[in-house]
Write a protein that binds this ligand. Structure first.
Ligand code: NAG
Ligand code: NAG
Length: 429
């Protein structure tokens, strides 16, 4: 999820130096300077479903084995007060909790899960969902929690760390209405957590979207040509440790990217997809099996800011016709975000891209694809911000072509971190 001040600073710098420093021209395009508010791709009210009880949901996951979606929401308008990643530091009342929901893509109904063993303040952001290897009917959910620093809440002193952001681990039995808290994970290397990539119930990666939360250093970080963000690897050596900081092994897995943000899985592949929000770049990363560090194998540039990536797996694919690809949600005008961050009435137009491998003319795509070439980037959804405000994650659930007269179509689900509702709309793939 993008940082608020980011777009202003990048744009200001860019406006000054676009013609002196060509790479900036790409950033200008990415933040949407000069781009008009898009016309919605939803033409008729009958073409989309507004899903009830999904306010300010950010991350969204499709869990294929159970054909269910999982999302993390803020519900009340707490985001306009306390949301450290957007520079909002008015702490919520102690015990305020966001929520995790299960959405059934058949009925389009959202079920709010109730917490077991967890009454702490919970301010949601990225999540990941992974099967319980020991029980097919259960999943583990990792969730970022932007917990306020109790000392800041008590004293309101300006120059202390305001957030003690951390990760919560839960377990959920599919079909039940509860989410059991397993443990909290807190470490000094996890500072500005954004999104999570779970490897197993006791191993995950987490992105720190910035090195600095606020102030001058944050401004500098925004305009610096190099990246200060990091991705951290965590092993949980003791799932039942009573303290949030014990039973962990934590190392830095990747540094140097600019605002590394959402992370995603690719079906049947051990790729770890990482997105640079402000730069609009997708990084295809792979882990070193021995020391767990990540390296970037390929980059793909898009023309807007981006958030959590997902991968659409075409179950009906043939060698000649495979619609699988990255589904990338972003903002058409990221440049407005800073000014809108605290305004419940503003509209931030979303974009969703589907990035598919270009059908290769040869029989086999080689592993060392050239940068950029070989990807077909389709804009599959845009809105003026009235139907859905901002887009933080998007997921496609494919529709059996038999039901659509042989056409490849899917339901596209879009969440917005500042949207009243999550929506679903049918699209061509
Ligand atoms: C991890 O292993 C890779 C490949 O062997 C190596 O290039 C890299 O320097 C190692 N990183 C650390 C932090 O040990
Ligand atoms: C780790 C993470 O948060 N990324 C997820 C974004 O959403 C997609 C779709 O559900 C997941 O597959 C990713 O893992």
């Amino acid at each position: 999820m993008p940082g608020a001040t980011a777009f202003l600073s990048v744009a200001a710098l860019a406006a000054l130096s676009a013609y002196v420093f060509p790479p900036i021209a790409h950033e200008l395009k990415v933040v949407g300077l000069g781009r008009s508010v898009p016309v919605s791709t939803i033409q008729n009210v009958g073409d989309f479903v507004r899903i009830d009880d999904t306010t300010h949901c950010e991350d969204l996951h499709y869990y294929a084995p159970a054909n269910l979606l999982f999302t993390a929401c803020e519900d009340r308008h707490t985001r306009f007060g306390w949301f450290p990643p957007l520079g909002s530091f008015e702490p919520p009342e102690d015990g305020t909790q966001g929520s995790i929901h299960v959405v059934d893509p058949e009925t389009m109904k959202s079920i709010r899960l109730s917490f077991v063993n967890f009454d702490k303040t919970f301010v949601t952001h990225g999540i990941d969902v992974i099967a319980d290897p020991l029980d097919k009917k259960a999943v583990y959910i990792f969730a970022v929690n932007h917990f306020p620093n109790p000392e800041f809440v008590a004293t309101r002193r300006e120059h202390i760390t305001k957030a003690h952001s951390r990760i919560e681990l839960f377990r959920h039995v599919i079909g039940s209405s509860t989410l059991k808290h397993i443990r909290t994970i807190s470490h000094r290397l996890i500072e500005t957590p954004n999104d999570i990539y779970a490897v197993s119930p006791n191993e995950f990666y987490v992105t720190n979207d910035h090195r600095h939360r606020e102030g001058l250093m944050r401004e500098l970080e925004m305009v610096a040509p190099f990246g200060w963000s990091s991705t951290i690897h965590v092993s949980i050596t003791d799932p039942s440790a009573s303290s949030a900081t014990s039973g962990l092994e934590v190392t830095t897995a990747l540094t140097g990217l600019k605002s590394n943000n959402g992370m995603g899985h690719v079906h049947d592949f051990n790729e770890i997809t990482i997105i640079s929000a402000e730069r609009g770049i997708l990084y295809r990363c792979f882990a070193d099996p021995a020391n767990k560090t990540l390296s970037v194998e390929e980059t793909v540039n898009l023309d807007s800011t981006l958030d959590n990536p997902s991968w659409y797996h075409d179950k009906w694919a043939s060698a000649a016709d495979d619609k699988s690809g990255y589904v990338l949600a972003g903002l058409a005008r990221g440049i407005d975000l800073a000014g809108h961050a605290k305004n419940p009435a503003a509209k931030d137009p979303p974009y969703v891209w589907l990035v598919q491998r270009e059908a290769s003319t040869s029989t086999q795509t080689s592993n060392d694809d050239k940068m950029e070439s070989g990807w077909n980037k389709k804009l599959v959804f845009a809105d003026d911000g009235a139907t859905v405000r901002t887009a933080s994650a998007a997921v496609i659930v494919g529709i059996d072509p038999k039901k659509e007269g042989g056409k490849k179509m899917g339901w596209l689900f879009v969440t917005g971190f500042m949207s009243e509702n999550m929506i679903a709309t049918k699209i061509d793939l």
